[in-house]
Design a protein around this ligand. Structure first.
Ligand SMILES: NC(=O)c1ccc[n+]([C@@H]2O[C@H](COP(=O)([O-])OP(=O)(O)OC[C@H]3O[C@@H](n4cnc5c(N)ncnc54)[C@H](OP(=O)(O)O)[C@@H]3O)[C@@H](O)[C@H]2O)c1
Length: 362
């Protein structure tokens, strides 16, 4: 009870600050003040009628049901999602494949009573048979079927942002975009996004249906989108949503070589970057974040998230967490602003560290 009362108080404070525009004043607590926009806590993903005005950080909900070792008590996760709304978060990320399906059900149950002004993002693209993922499937009839099922699980009549999760080599992306365009015209979907795609694919899809956001892995130690994807997003006015912005928890400094992952519900044991050897080899990156944060009252996770926010005004990371304390910590990252020298120095320092272990297995 005590914990909840405390959270209620901190959540209410954050909400009051957001609605009354006091965030800039609070940010002076961190040293560097926000000064560049009148509404620093909101960002725009996409352009024109396919744009969304979203909180600077969204909430990744996957780990509440899937791939992050433990599955916490459902009531506590509903409480956490609702606390995020209270604190001003309006962008929630899930996918059919998370669970599968149980994560959409959780998000739907948590957000149904608070649906107004909240943006629910989900993803299609896998074939799921008897609870197992059996491959890719973005055939038009499959997308339509999945959307009907997702709407039910999410307890809503419209999906605010529908992503193709992974490309299906059997279905051209133009056909996928055409199907989503029809669903938008039918009022079942509002906006279209793609996940983990290259620049050429983005252009092809965009020629059929404007995209609101591209979602790809991006963090201080996974910089692939900088090669071409961020440029195309900037050129076409598409937002960018970094997934795994803390590199699946690593950049918080909470994961070490003794961390035990549950292989039955975690993909990290299959990824070369999370072997004990790689965790130790890459620790120099955590040292940079910790040293920077120690001087400024920030945690390593906050520095990592603030760095992403500093890259572009249309970047909206979606850190995942199962802990109200981590949620609050992560949201406060949006209050910090780097000076140009700080940003240059920390970027150079981490870029000079050779990162051991691929982010995915080949
Ligand atoms: N499009 C795609 O293919 C794709 C792929 C992966 C993920 N995603 C989306 O991106 C979201 C986030 O990705 P992710 O979960 O892979 O990685 P992440 O957000 O980089 O890291 C999540 C992990 O970090 C821990 N964490 C979060 N904040 C922390 C803090 N302040 N201090 C210490 N630990 C902290 C969490 O543990 P605690 O629960 O203990 O806080 C969790 O295990 C997912 O929820 C999902 O919606 C999309």
């Amino acid at each position: 009870m005590k914990r909840r009362n405390f959270l209620k108080a901190t959540g209410a404070t954050a909400l009051t600050a957001i609605t009354t525009g006091q965030v800039a004043a609070r940010s002076s607590f961190f040293g560097n003040k926000k000064s560049n926009t009148s509404n620093p806590e909101y960002r725009i993903l996409g352009t024109g009628k396919h744009s969304l005005r979203v909180s600077a950080l969204g909430l990744g909900c996957m780990g509440m049901s899937y791939h992050r070792s433990f599955i916490p008590n459902k009531k506590e996760m509903i409480f956490l999602i609702q606390k995020a709304v209270e604190a001003g978060v309006n962008l929630f990320d899930t996918a059919e494949v998370y669970g599968p399906c149980t994560n959409e059900e959780l998000v739907g149950e948590a957000l149904a009573p608070l649906r107004k002004d909240i943006f629910i993002c989900t993803k299609f693209g896998f074939d799921i048979q008897n609870g197992n993922t059996t491959g890719m499937n973005s055939k038009p009839e499959h997308i339509r079927k999945m959307v009907e099922q997702s709407l039910k699980r999410l307890k809503t009549d419209v999906i605010d942002l529908l992503y193709q999760h992974r490309q299906d080599p059997a279905v051209p992306v133009e056909e996928v975009a055409g199907t989503v365009k029809e669903l938008i015209n039918e009022g079942k979907v509002r906006n279209f996004g793609l996940s983990a795609v290259n620049a050429e694919t983005i252009r092809k899809a965009y020629s059929v249906q404007p995209l609101t956001a591209i979602q790809s892995e991006y963090s201080l130690i996974t910089r692939d989108p900088e090669k071409e994807v961020l440029n195309v997003c900037g050129e076409l006015g598409i937002g960018f949503v970094p997934y795994s912005p803390l590199s699946r928890g690593y950049l918080s400094g909470f994961i070490n070589e003794r961390t035990k992952f549950n292989p039955d519900n975690d993909n990290r044991p299959t990824l070369p970057r999370y072997t004990p050897e790689a965790i130790i080899a890459n620790w120099a990156a955590i040292d940079v974040l910790t040293e920077f944060g120690n001087q400024r009252g920030l945690t390593a996770a906050q520095v990592a998230l603030a760095w992403l926010l500093a890259q572009k005004t249309w970047i909206v990371p979606i850190p995942g967490t199962t802990k109200p304390a981590h949620l609050q910590e992560n949201l406060w990252a949006a209050d910090f602003e780097f000076t140009p020298d700080e940003l240059k120095n920390i970027t150079e320092a981490v870029s000079n560290i050779p990162i051991t272990g691929e982010r995915y297995s080949r």
